[in-house]
Structures are given as C-alpha cells and as structure tokens.
Design a protein around this ligand. Structure first.
Ligand code: S3P
Length: 165
C-alpha cells in the first residue's frame, strides 16, 4: 500500500510494481472516479467531503485476501478509519519527498483540484506541514524518493519487503 503527498510518485511506482510482480493494482482515485462516473475535479466540485466519503468507501471495498498493490490519494491519512483499514490490508509504505522536490514535481504535474488556489506553492506548503505527521504515524515503512527514479523506488520496495519476481 502506497501513501504519500501528491506528486510523490505513488501512481507511477504502483503501476511499475503491479506490472513487475503481476499483482492486481487498486487505485482509490480510479475506484472513486469509476464508482461515481465522474473525474476527480468534477467530484471535488461537489465538495471535498463528498470526495472523502467516496474515497473511504473505495478503500473499504478493496478486499485484503490476495497480494495486491494499493495506491491511495494524498489525503487518505486524514481519516483515522482509513488508516485502520490500511493496516488491515497490509504494509503501509510512505513515499516521502522533500518539500522542495514536491513543489517542483507538482508545478509540472497533472491538474489537482486542491492546488487550484491563488497561491499553489503556499497551499502545498500548508498541506505538507499539516500532513507530514499523519503520514509518519500511518507508515510501517518510509522511503525517501527525492533523488530516485520510479523504477528505483519500486526496486527499493521489493527489496524492503523481500519480494522477488
Ligand atoms: C488529494 C490527492 C489526489 C486526489 C485528490 C485529493 C489530496 O491524489 O486524491 O485530488 O488530498 O492530497 P494524488 O495524491 O494521487 O495526487
């Protein structure tokens, strides 16, 4: 299970891991968008709370019996019930990156409704400060991805979990 701030590489690393291990991949953002047949920005336009409810329901819907790669949205750690569910599902891996690296990656990344503000850099800084401790608390394992490629991060995860393919 991959957690971490927007832009830390969860989606790309999750895809690589799932491909290499031939494990199914579940992505809570994708599950939410599919369930509601709306894009993430469209769901946010209905209110963040609406998105958070759907996100928790998506996480609950993932069965924990078979090995799988689970990718979560950056805000999954905001609800303690989600964190409990993550631990039921398996090892929680935090893809860390420094604030400066995240700022840089997010400036050229995909559109994110939470960062659609007058000053996205200040929004990132505020969310980063708010959430850092939540990721730290939720994580079984942390990997600093700041200077790593997605492939290196995937390899580091396999190494840490002692999974070969
Ligand atoms: C969010 C992160 C996004 C997505 C939504 C909210 C957040 O996912 O779930 O826009 O609260 O950090 P990524 O972390 O994949 O960008």
């Amino acid at each position: 299970m991959l957690i971490g701030f927007m832009g830390c590489g969860k989606s790309s690393v999750g895809r690589l891991l799932a491909r290499d291990l031939r494990w199914p991949r579940y992505d809570t953002d994708e599950l939410v968008a599919k369930e509601l047949a709306l894009s993430i920005p469209e769901i946010f336009a209905l209110g963040e709370e609406y998105f958070r409810e759907a996100e928790s329901a998506a996480l609950t819907s993932i069965g924990g019996t078979n090995p799988a790669v689970i990718v979560t949205g950056g805000g999954i750690v905001l609800r303690p019930e989600n964190v409990r569910r993550l631990h039921e599902l398996g090892t929680v891996i935090w893809l860390q990156a420094t604030h400066a690296v995240l700022q840089e990656r997010l400036a050229r990344g995909k559109y994110r409704p939470l960062l659609d503000t007058a000053d996205p850099a200040a929004t990132i800084a505020a969310l980063f400060a708010q959430r850092h401790a939540l990721y730290q608390e939720a994580a079984d394992l942390a990997i600093d991805t700041s200077a790593m490629s997605h492939q290196e991060v995937a390899q580091a995860i396999r190494h840490e979990l002692r999974i070969s393919c």
